[in-house]
Design a protein. Structure first.
Length: 261
């Protein structure tokens, strides 16, 4: 496995692009209202990335992807393509943003609730965020990537939800997707974590079955096989000498930027 450990200068670039990525998700929150189209949201974020952050969207044109962000609503698990679809009260919405600045990538996503939603949807969103946080707490030099999947599995099982297996977290830096793969369910994919590694943790939690299907028409949109809702949170992380730093932490989060073990 070809894992690149980041140098001090690369780490600084990762911090800069991570903070920029967080600001995109902070900026867009007031626009998440009933009646807005996902295309409008995508344009607002792309303009912000280019004009305010002096960066570009890494999604736009990636393997032919047509938009600057992924916006996934209700039963859409990931890779929802922005378009004319309007948000409705009660929708749960994942926005996934990857910013490319100074040749380095920052990748993060979060859930938004349009107005008020059902208690079950609220619980699903909360579970996805809690699962990500519990997984982040395991990260430190000398720990194993398997601890991440085990932590997420524990949270999902307790809530009675399932974990998507078709998609995983990934190393990140100059490359959008680098080694290692980060599995979000209990697994035996052994990999010892080292200082200088950067990777994402991004569990996708489904209310029903973990099984998914890809839209054959557009080749991107992933939905749950049973049409029940899905939720996801994602952060880009840096492994520091005695713990972990969350490079994409937002101001709205009650979670430490740096965890020391």
């Amino acid at each position: 496995m070809d894992i690149t450990l980041k140098s001090p200068s690369e780490i600084e670039k990762m911090r800069v692009v991570g903070a920029a990525t967080a600001r995109v998700l902070e900026m867009i929150e007031p626009y998440i209202v009933p009646g807005v189209t996902t295309d409008e949201l995508d344009k607002i974020m792309n303009d912000y990335i280019e004009q305010k952050e002096n960066a570009i969207s890494a999604d736009l044109g990636y393997q032919g992807y047509p938009k600057a962000t992924c916006i996934s609503i209700n039963e859409v698990v990931c890779h929802g393509i922005p378009g004319p679809h309007k948000l409705h009260k009660g929708d749960i919405v994942n926005i996934d943003v990857t910013v490319l600045k100074d040749k380095y990538h920052g990748d993060s996503s979060r859930m938004f609730i349009v107005g008020e939603t059902s208690p079950r949807n609220q619980q699903l969103c909360k579970c996805a965020q809690e699962a990500m946080y519990e997984a982040i707490k395991t990260v430190r030099p000398g720990s194993n990537l398997t601890e991440i999947g085990a932590a997420i599995q524990k949270v999902a099982d307790k809530a009675g939800f399932s974990i998507v297996r078709d998609y995983c977290g990934h190393g990140i830096g100059k490359g959008f997707h680098e080694e290692p793969s980060v599995l979000h369910y209990k697994n035996n994919f052994n990999c010892i974590i080292e200082e200088g590694m950067c990777f994402t943790i991004e569990p996708m939690i489904n209310a029903g079955t973990y099984k998914c299907k890809v839209n054959k028409k557009d080749g991107w949109t992933v939905t749950t096989a049973d049409k029940q809702p899905s939720a996801q949170y994602e952060h880009t992380l840096l492994v520091i000498p005695n713990g972990v730093e969350v490079l994409t932490l937002r101001k709205d989060e009650d979670f430490p930027r740096i965890i020391v073990h």
